[in-house]
Design a binder for this molecule. Structure first.
Ligand code: V47
Ligand code: SF4
Length: 383
């Protein structure tokens, strides 16, 4: 094991690509500090000391979904008393609040609704562009895009072209879960295959839209299946270069059909650090503080992470599954969190253009405190 880790370290220092077996041994070493140090080196090479965040708002127009994935506590059947579908006005009101909070992005994903027509989504995009031209709309997982193809009978490229024409700015990375067919069949048998998810993303990138990629971990997957998942993402990224960031998503078990505990801090840090080391063609590795908690997200800045997502404001998917984090973090909280880690806070927009950069500060002299559980209601405050 000693020689193996020396060999991996040599590769990382030389900037050489890691193999799948390297990634597996990194997952297995449990020498978390050694892995973290290597991931921090790789991150520093790509991003220096800059850590970015975004002022955004999540909107989930409906939780009614025909797929009913076994790990998903958010989705409901049409007749469930907790089922909801927002009206266009309710969606636009949330966009209005986002603008008031000086957000630059709306992040919109939802269930696969059995009755909402494709036109509903096109109208939503057009109305958002008309009323809120300053908000970038990052919307629809590859799973939703493929569902639009199914309900319209249009070719995939045409669906993407119509969405882009109506104002879609980019895609988030959800719906990827784990690509391995055996595991996918166990956790989300109704969902499109991993192959299809990748095909949709390839078509999205070919249409000139950027996207993110995720990996759901901490359920019934194996370490081998995680490496296989990342291998396939790395291969696609070599071809298209269209992925902006990779976000490992920590499985939350409450109210789901999968009997597992929550992930541990070491699981979460390793998922992030190994991603930074193996996914050498992904510039940004994002720690979604809603899922891992703001404190671990802060520590992860020393384990290869350069992005902590954003203000979020309203999060339903992980909270339905037992997340104890708040719904929202203010800009001041995000900036404090980054600064106290000795990093330079940068507010970015969706496409990673700089909106504002804060000077580096003598962070260790700042009074302790300020990084809570993400419960602030002051997302517009700019610290
Ligand atoms: O696709 C569902 C996951 C995803 C659970 O692209 C769960 O920047 C944990 O993709 N426990 C949606 N995860 C969220 C998502 C996302 C989040 C933040 C940023 C970005 C981005 C994307 O949430 C789903 C699914 O993979 N999910 N249920 C659960 N019980
Ligand atoms: Fe539907 Fe997405 Fe939940 Fe699966 S994860 S049930 S596709 S909302």
């Amino acid at each position: 094991m000693e020689t193996e880790s020396r060999h991996i370290r040599d590769k990382v220092e030389a900037g050489e690509r890691l193999s799948e077996s390297d990634a597996l041994s990194l997952y297995r070493t449990r020498d978390i500090l050694a892995v973290g140090e290597m991931a921090a080196l790789a991150n520093r090479r790509a991003n220096g000391d800059r850590v970015c965040f975004i002022v955004n708002r999540h909107v989930n127009p409906t939780n009614i979904c025909v797929n009913r994935c076994r790990f998903c506590a958010f989705s409901k059947g049409k007749d469930d008393p907790l089922a909801y579908t927002m009206t266009m006005d309710e969606i636009l009101r949330r966009a209005e609040e986002a603008r008031e909070q000086r957000a630059t992005e709306l992040h919109i994903v939802g269930g696969l609704h059995p009755d909402l027509p494709f036109d509903f989504y096109l109208t939503m995009l057009r109305s958002l562009r008309e009323r809120f031209p300053s908000l970038h709309v990052q919307a629809f997982t590859a799973v939703e895009i493929d569902y639009f193809r199914e309900i319209t009978g249009l070719p995939l490229d045409e669906v993407i072209a119509q969405l882009k024409d109506a104002g879609l700015g980019s895609l988030p990375g959800g719906g990827a879960e784990i690509f391995s067919p055996e595991i996918r069949n166990e956790i989300c048998p109704e969902k499109i295959s991993g192959d299809r998810w990748l095909e949709v993303m390839e078509a999205v990138h070919a249409a000139g839209l950027r996207s993110n990629a995720t990996m759901l971990y901490g359920h019934v997957e194996t370490l081998e299946s995680r490496v296989d998942h990342m291998r396939r993402l790395r291969e696609l990224q070599d071809r298209t270069g269209g992925f902006q960031s990779f976000i490992p998503l920590a499985f939350h078990p409450k109210n789901t059909e999968i009997a597992k505990g929550y992930t541990t801090g070491i699981d979460d840090l390793l998922a992030l650090a190994v991603a930074r080391l193996y996914l050498d063609n992904f510039r940004h590795i994002k720690s979604f503080w809603i899922m891992v908690g703001p404190k671990l997200a802060q520590i992860s800045l020393h384990f290869g992470v350069d992005d902590i997502d954003g203000t979020v404001v309203e999060e339903k998917i992980t909270h339905a599954a037992g997340a104890q984090t708040g719904q929202e973090m203010s800009v001041a909280e995000l900036v404090t969190m980054i600064r106290q880690a000795g990093k330079i806070p940068v507010e970015r927009d969706t496409l990673y253009n700089v909106v504002r950069e804060w000077p580096a500060e003598p962070q260790w002299r700042e009074a302790p405190g300020g990084v809570g559980r993400g419960t602030s209601s002051a997302a517009s405050s700019r610290g």
